[in-house]
Write a protein that binds this ligand. Structure first.
Ligand SMILES: *Cc1c(COP(=O)(O)O)cnc(C)c1O
Length: 374
C-alpha cells in the first residue's frame, strides 16, 4: 500500500468559533493523553467520584445521580428520554428550533405519543402557553431546550416552567448542551428533573461525553417502570451501578475522555461559575456591538440572546458560503452557517468555553470587515 497520500495532520492553528466543538485548553489536551488505566482501577474510581462532584458543582445540584454519559450531547438527549418513556406515554415537547425537533423525533422512536408545543424558529416560550398546553393531556414529561443552537435563543423562566410542569405531575427535561458552563444553569434552584449537556461546547473538552444529572423525583419514576429501558447502553438502572457503588462493569467507559472532562471541569471550578458567565457575556457583548457596527445585528432580541452563540442577520447579496470558506482556508477561523428556515439568512458564531476570548472577537470582527467590504 502506498501510504504517502496519508499526510501528517496539523490543524493546531484552527480557531473554532462555530456552534461546537469549541477550542480545547492545553491542560485538557494534556489530560487527554494520560495513559489509559483500567476502568475499575481503584485510582480511576477516585477520578469518577471527582468528576461527579465537579459536575454537581457545575450543574449547581446535589443530585446523587450526576455523571457523564459515554457519547455526545445527543446521547444525553436520548438518555434523558429513553429512561423515562414507556410505550404509549404522552409527552410534550417544546419546539422552536432544530434541537427541539430532535427531542420530539427521539421520543417518538421510544413509543411515546408526542405532542408538540410549537413556535417559529428564534422565538421563546412563555410560561402561560406552556401551562395551557400542559392542561390538554396527562403528560409524563415536558422537554425544552435551554440554549437553542440553531437559532441563538435562550429560554428563560425555567424555574417558573418547572413549577407548572410539576403542578401537572410531569417531569421537566432541560437541554443545556449549548449553555452549561457558559450561562447560568441552576438545576436545584430551578427544580429541573433531567438535565443533560455536552463536553465540547461551553465546557471545552473534546466531543464524546454528555454530562447529565437526574433528580430523586425522576429516579422514582424510573424505578416504577413496568418495562425495561428500551436502550441497554443508556439504561440508568445499570449505569448508576457503575458510577456508584458497587461499581459494576457495564461498558468500558472512555477513560481518557473522563480524564479530559475532569480537567475541563477543574478549570470551570478554578475560574468560578459567576466569573465564567461574566466572561462569556462580556465577550459576546463586544461581538454584538461589532456586528451591529458592521450592519449585521443579531436576529435575537437582546433579552432572549444566548451569550454562547450569536446569530447575526446577513446583509443582502453576499455570498456567505464563500466568505466562510475564506475565513477557514485563508485565516483558520471557523464559523457556521444557518440551516432550516435560517439557511443563508444568518451565521452562527460560537464564543464557547476556551473560545470565548477577547482576542478571538477582535480578530473575527476585523476579518469580517475585510472580507465583506474590501
Ligand atoms: C450540540 C447540541 C446538541 C447535540 O449534541 P451533539 O454533541 O452534537 O450530539 C443537542 N442540543 C443542543 C442545544 C446542542 O447545541
Amino acid at each position: 500500500m502506498d501510504i504517502s497520500k496519508f499526510k501528517d495532520l496539523d490543524l493546531s492553528s484552527r480557531i473554532l468559533l462555530g456552534p461546537g466543538p469549541s477550542m480545547v485548553p492545553p491542560r485538557v489536551l494534556n489530560a487527554l493523553s494520560t495513559p489509559p488505566v483500567g476502568h475499575l482501577d481503584p485510582e480511576f474510581l477516585g477520578v469518577l467520584a471527582e468528576v461527579k462532584e465537579l459536575l454537581r458543582f457545575t450543574f449547581q445540584t446535589k443530585n446523587e445521580v450526576t455523571f457523564p454519559i459515554s457519547g455526545t450531547g445527543s446521547a444525553g438527549m436520548e438518555a434523558a428520554l429513553c429512561n423515562f418513556i414507556e410505550p404509549g406515554d404522552r409527552v410534550l415537547i417544546a419546539t422552536n428550533g432544530y434541537f427541539g425537533e430532535r427531542l420530539a423525533e427521539i421520543a417518538k422512536r421510544y413509543g411515546a405519543q408526542v405532542d408538540r408545543l410549537e413556535h417559529a424558529w428564534g422565538d421563546v416560550f412563555l410560561p402561560d402557553e406552556i401551562e395551557e398546553a400542559l392542561q390538554k393531556a396527562d403528560y409524563k414529561l415536558f422537554a425544552i431546550v435551554h440554549g437553542e443552537t440553531s437559532t441563538g435563543a435562550l429560554q428563560g423562566n425555567v424555574k417558573e416552567i418547572a413549577e407548572l410542569v410539576h403542578a401537572h405531575g410531569a417531569l421537566l427535561v432541560l437541554d443545556t448542551v449549548a449553555s452549561l458552563g457558559g450561562v447560568p444553569v441552576k438545576v436545584d434552584e430551578w427544580d429541573v428533573d433531567i438535565c443533560y449537556s455536552g463536553s465540547q461546547k461551553c465546557l471545552s473538552a473534546p466531543p464524546g461525553l454528555a454530562p447529565m444529572t437526574v433528580s430523586p423525583r425522576a429516579m422514582e419514576v424510573l424505578m416504577d417502570r413496568k418495562t425495561p429501558v428500551a436502550n441497554w447502553y443508556l439504561d440508568f438502572t445499570l449505569l448508576t451501578r457503575y458510577w456508584g457503588k458497587p461499581h459494576v462493569y457495564h461498558h468500558t467507559v472512555p477513560v481518557n475522555m473522563i480524564f479530559a472532562l475532569r480537567e475541563a471541569l477543574r478549570l470551570v471550578a478554578e475560574e468560578g461559575l459567576e466569573e465564567r458567565f461574566a466572561r462569556h457575556r462580556t465577550n459576546s457583548e463586544t461581538l454584538w456591538q461589532g456586528l451591529e457596527d458592521l450592519g449585521m445585528p443579531p436576529i435575537i432580541p437582546l433579552e432572549h440572546r444566548l451569550a454562547s452563540l450569536t446569530t447575526p442577520k446577513l446583509p443582502k447579496g453576499i455570498d456567505e458560503k464563500s466568505i466562510r470558506r475564506r475565513l477557514l482556508t485563508d485565516f483558520n477561523v471557523e464559523i457556521s452557517g444557518g440551516f432550516g428556515p435560517f439557511a443563508g439568512m444568518i451565521w452562527r458564531i460560537g464564543l464557547m468555553g476556551f473560545s470565548s476570548r477577547r482576542e478571538n472577537v477582535i480578530l473575527l470582527l476585523s476579518l469580517m470587515k475585510e472580507l465583506l467590504f474590501s
